[in-house]
Design a protein around this ligand. Structure first.
Ligand code: SOE
Length: 390
């Protein structure tokens, strides 16, 4: 009989649904040393969280996260709340001696993130941060090609994360547009992913210089969250409020390995829905990826015969492609939800073996340090050094 890992999850909207999808499906596709038990779902509104617990398949519900984290029958706490709650809940959970899986971005500020890392280190608990795109087979393939030297010396990383869900001025002020709750706009929500992918592929970033803009400064307040799966599914009120985050951000970066980086994140790229894309150029070749075609990686090699050089389009669904082997036969592609199943497998496999999952809170803090340097650069209008030792 496989061991069990008892999970308590805090938050049940978009990321809560995605993580639940992970726990419910991981045992179908992965041989696990320990199976997850979806013990308790936590949310502030009893009516909402009780209905979600029943629909999603959680054994029970709780409205007080402090009670959840102190339950003896919980082994790991999964934090899927808005960003402003991560700091308090992580510290309280670490003090309760529980392992932690926290959604990105780790925190609203670098100081908060450092305190969270200190708390989990002091408590000696395992910790993972939810950079789900690290489990996309095509992105893992990009890393394998780079690490195997197929691109040669790396010159450029070029990453964009483009959405357009708030280009309409009538879209209300949901929490992702409130600086007090989110900490930043597309910088923490989207560029955090691109920064993590860049670090996963090429290593640390040492300097940045940035620019950002709030394009629509006043929006209707949110009246209520309407049923639906979209992150922008909210009802507009009569009153309006100020947008207190950037709508679009761009920055240049220097990598420790000498590569040059360009980053862009916006929710005003009209027509782009979840356009999480990057290109890496090196002395021997290049790779290019776009999440809107997530099963494919484009690869160019100067080592091909000169008459045969061109962009190859690799379908990363073969057993030889990490994470792909767990899924369907070659060519039966996977989607966004499956990245959370892969991520939950990484978490549960590490916990069952008593190991630290990857990416962990050090990755979260290093990402936060880059985001913070971007904020500082917008203020100073100059290049900023990124803290890289934690
Ligand atoms: C909203 O922009 C969002 O849901 C992000 O919060 C997620 O991290 C990203 O994966 C998809 O878009």
């Amino acid at each position: 009989m496989a061991k069990k890992i008892n999970v308590g999850m805090i938050g049940y909207s978009f990321m809560g649904k995605a993580h639940t999808f992970g726990y419910k499906n991981v045992g179908i596709f992965y041989e696990l040393e320990a199976l997850p038990v979806m013990k308790v779902l936590c949310g502030r509104k009893e009516e909402g969280v009780s209905a979600a617990a029943e629909r999603y398949g959680w054994e029970s519900y709780e409205t007080d996260w402090k009670k959840l984290v102190h339950r003896d029958d919980i082994d790991v706490v999964d934090i899927c709340t808005p960003n402003n709650q991560h700091h308090e809940i992580v510290i309280g959970t670490a003090e309760a001696g529980k392992n932690i899986f926290c959604e990105k971005p780790l925190a609203k500020t670098l100081d908060e993130a450092k305190e969270m890392l200190q708390a989990v280190r002091k408590a000696g608990v395992k910790h993972m941060i939810g950079f789900n795109y690290r489990t996309v087979p095509a992105i893992v393939l990009a890393k394998r090609l780079i690490d195997d030297g197929k691109l040669g010396d790396i010159y450029h990383f070029r990453g964009v994360y483009l959405q357009d869900w708030i280009v309409d001025p009538s879209v209300p002020l949901s929490w992702r547009l409130d600086g007090e709750v989110a900490g930043s706009g597309p910088l923490g929500d989207l560029a955090a992913h691109t920064v993590d992918i860049a670090r996963y592929l090429l290593g640390d970033i040492t300097n940045v210089v940035a620019n950002w803009k709030t394009i629509i400064e006043e929006r209707p307040l949110q009246a209520e969250t309407v049923k639906g799966t979209g992150i922008g599914d909210v009802q507009a009120a009569e009153e309006t409020g100020k947008v207190t985050v950037e709508d679009a951000v761009m920055f240049l970066a220097k990598f420790a390995n000498g590569a040059l980086g360009t980053f862009e994140a916006t929710r005003f790229a009209t027509g782009r829905k979840n356009y999480n894309a990057f290109e890496v150029n090196g002395s021997k070749g290049s790779v290019r990826f776009c999440f809107e075609d997530m099963n494919r990686l484009e690869f160019y090699s100067r080592e091909d015969d000169d008459y045969a050089q061109g962009w190859r389009n690799i379908l990363a669904t073969e057993n030889v492609h990490e994470f792909a082997a767990a899924w369907w036969p070659p060519g039966h592609i996977i989607g966004y939800g499956e990245t959370f199943v892969n991520e939950v497998y990484v978490l549960l496999d590490a916990l069952a073996k008593g190991q630290m999952p990857t990416p962990d809170f050090v990755d979260g803090v290093k990402c936060q340090a880059i985001l913070e340097a971007v904020v500082n650069s917008v203020k100073s209008n100059a290049w900023e050094v990124v803290e890289t030792e934690f």
